[in-house]
Design a protein around this ligand. Structure first.
Ligand SMILES: C[S@@+](CC[C@H](N)C(=O)[O-])C[C@H]1O[C@@H](n2cnc3c(N)ncnc32)[C@H](O)[C@@H]1O
Length: 231
């Protein structure tokens, strides 16, 4: 199936509200566990001196879970959508986990502009994460350039995203399944995301052709891809 890009930022109010209200917690907990296992395998433990950055953080679902998992580590969630950042700030404010979230802050910025933000340079990033971001990025080089700029020799990258279905029929089947659980706006967004997603081959070839072969690409079931490792 041909890739059909979708708008990068999620800026429409209803789109943001429905995304925020949906329960994606099973997949989110799964991602935190995957990151944790990977760090354990690499003998890396995160503490006060470390910095975690969550790119395309949306309403903060993953940022909050990262902050709760590593409560002494500073976590920064970044999103280019003002609506999403407002929602993330609100979710943080009403959270019952205030104590663990004191090290979490949000920044509204397009990932392509992060290089001009000095706040990040005060500390090297230990863990650079994203979930469901890559498919929003129109040109793959914009995503990989950003993580190249933000990474140092200590940075562990862990980026999970949807995998583009093989054909339109499979995409429509996934859309139909989604519509059982979610409303029309969320279902249409999911379908647009499936069509905008990259394939294993596209991500793998990009890393190989752009001197990023220290990053690995992993097919996580038939639905997800994970780009991980050091840059
Ligand atoms: C599908 S949501 C995922 C949100 C969150 N990571 C999660 O797992 O729930 C994708 C998010 O990426 C943000 N985004 C897309 N392109 C971006 C860019 N170029 N710079 C910053 N944020 C971006 C969107 O605004 C949106 O909030």
């Amino acid at each position: 199936m041909e890739r059909i890009p979708e708008p990068e930022l999620m800026e429409k109010k209803d789109q943001v509200i429905y995304y925020d209200e949906a329960d994606f917690s099973e997949g989110e907990v799964n991602l935190i566990n995957q990151i944790n296992h990977y760090l354990l395998r690499k003998n890396i433990s995160l503490g006060e001196k470390d910095l975690i950055v969550d790119l395309g953080c949306g309403p903060g679902n993953i940022s909050e879970k990262l902050a709760i998992k590593w409560p002494s580590t500073k976590v920064i969630g970044i999103d280019g959508s003002k609506e999403m950042i407002l929602r993330a700030e609100y979710n943080k404010k009403i959270s019952t986990n205030q104590k663990q979230l004191k090290n979490l802050r949000y920044i509204c910025s397009d990932i392509k502009d992060i290089k001009s933000n000095n706040f990040l340079l005060e500390k090297k990033i230990s863990l650079l994460v994203s979930n469901s971001l890559i498919h929003h990025i129109t040109h793959l080089e914009d995503f990989f350039n950003t993580i190249r700029i933000l990474s140092s020799n200590i940075t562990v990258n862990f980026h999970k995203d949807l995998k583009r279905p093989l054909d339109e029929k499979s995409a429509l089947e996934l859309k139909a399944k989604c519509s059982i659980k979610y409303n029309e706006i969320l279902t249409n967004d999911y379908y647009a995301s499936l069509r905008a997603s990259y394939t294993f081959k596209e991500l793998k070839n990009f890393t190989l052709e752009n001197d990023l072969s220290s990053l690995d690409v992993f097919e996580d079931s038939d639905k997800y891809l994970i780009v991980y490792g050091n840059v």
